[in-house]
Write a new protein. Structure first.
Length: 124
């Protein structure tokens, strides 16, 4: 079975390289976009999940969601009430990872794909 393609949106090239390395170790094909303002929206059809920093502009998330109902996996180094509130305003499906270790990334991707698949089957 072919692994799903992951879109990584991260303006910081050092962080995107680190997360890209984790995705490679997990054998996920991925695309990195370092300039979210230049996002090529037509390429979203082949994307199964999106890994993105919680700091990315919420308008961009809404724009992506309007084209493709792909699950989002947000990452943040901290959890607090404002992050929880910020996440609650974003379109579903949304998952939040505190730190991106290889195991955490794998679990979040697989859970998001699993739940997203089931929610799509239930939709009329």
């Amino acid at each position: 079975m072919e692994k799903p393609t992951i879109l990584l949106i991260e303006p910081n090239k050092a962080i995107s390289t680190q997360i890209g390395s984790l995705l490679t170790q997990l054998s996920y094909p991925y695309i990195i976009i370092n300039r979210p303002n230049n996002l090529e929206l037509f390429s979203l059809q082949s994307i199964s999940a999106i890994v993105v920093s919680i700091d990315i502009n919420p308008d961009l998330i809404q724009q992506i969601h309007s084209i493709n109902k792909t699950p989002f996996i947000f990452y943040s180094s901290t959890f607090n009430a404002s992050i929880s509130q910020q996440i609650s305003k974003l379109p579903s499906p949304v998952y939040l990872a505190r730190a991106l270790s290889k195991d955490d990334l794998y679990v979040n991707i697989e859970l998001s794909l699993h739940y997203h698949s089931h929610s799509q089957k239930k939709a009329p």
